[in-house]
Design a protein around this ligand. Structure first.
Ligand SMILES: *Cc1c(COP(=O)(O)O)cnc(C)c1O
Length: 235
């Protein structure tokens, strides 16, 4: 299948799941996760109408960004684990870091954004199931409280919401409670009206489970395989 056809098919499934949940499909952003794919594939997805792209490695994206400079209205998101020592480069390259998982990283990003005289959008990554192998802040933890009060002091960051990767199940229906959990956490934080902490974005749902995530309130799905095809296996 071609990239434009894959995108059309994903968009139809977005419409259907939004309808089932009584939601407006326009409230769900389709982010194309282009990691491992070359700049030309990203351009095809752009030409098919997508504007949000997710990458998970700073170095890999730095190379592609050169070739895609002319796509002025594209929005580049960092969605992978980011080490604090790469915060400077990430703040330069990306419009949004959707995988902020520690206050230390948030502070580094804030410094870098301040130096570049820009406001950097960020999402807080939540480890909804407390999986040892995944990064993210634990819900209902002292760390989350510290994180929230710390990040609300950082003047060059704008927090826009939460992001999560739930555990993988062959049957995505089983992930539903984790998606619901993230939405509840979002509503709870939003109700506290903290400075510089907006909660409009709920980034959840990938190729195999985005329909369930949309039914549970996702406003941004991150889709790689269903748009670009299978990624080459890591060697
Ligand atoms: C790779 C990746 C995705 C996309 O996964 P697919 O299953 O290919 O849709 C989404 N989110 C994150 C954080 C990823 O690393």
């Amino acid at each position: 299948m071609s990239i434009p056809k894959n995108i059309a098919w994903v968009q139809e499934r977005i419409r259907n799941s939004a309808m089932r949940a009584g939601r407006d499909p326009r409230d769900v952003t389709l982010m194309a996760v282009s990691k491992t794919f070359p700049a030309e594939r990203i351009r095809e997805a752009y030409e098919a109408g997508l504007r949000d792209f997710g990458e998970n490695r700073v170095q890999e994206f730095a190379g592609k960004a050169e070739a895609l400079r002319d796509l002025g209205d594209a929005c580049w998101h960092m969605i992978g684990h980011l080490q604090s020592n790469k915060a400077g480069k990430a703040a330069e390259l990306f419009h949004s870091v959707d995988s902020v998982d520690s206050l230390k990283l948030a502070e580094r990003l804030n410094e870098a954004a301040g130096r570049a005289d820009k406001k950097l959008s960020v999402l807080i990554e939540i480890n909804v199931a407390g999986e040892a192998a995944k990064s993210g802040v634990a819900p209902d933890s002292p760390e989350l409280e510290q994180f929230l009060s710390g990040v609300s002091q950082l003047e060059s960051l704008q927090v826009n919401g939460l992001m999560t990767i739930p555990p993988f199940f062959d049957d995505p229906e089983i992930a539903r409670p984790y998606f619901r959990r993230l939405r509840e956490l979002r509503d709870q934080i939003a109700g506290r009206n903290m400075t510089r902490i907006g909660m409009t974005v709920l980034s959840m749902g990938m190729s195999h489970d985005f329909e369930i995530a949309i039914e549970e309130g996702s406003t941004c799905i991150r889709v790689g395989t269903a748009i670009f095809g299978e990624r080459a296996r890591k060697t």
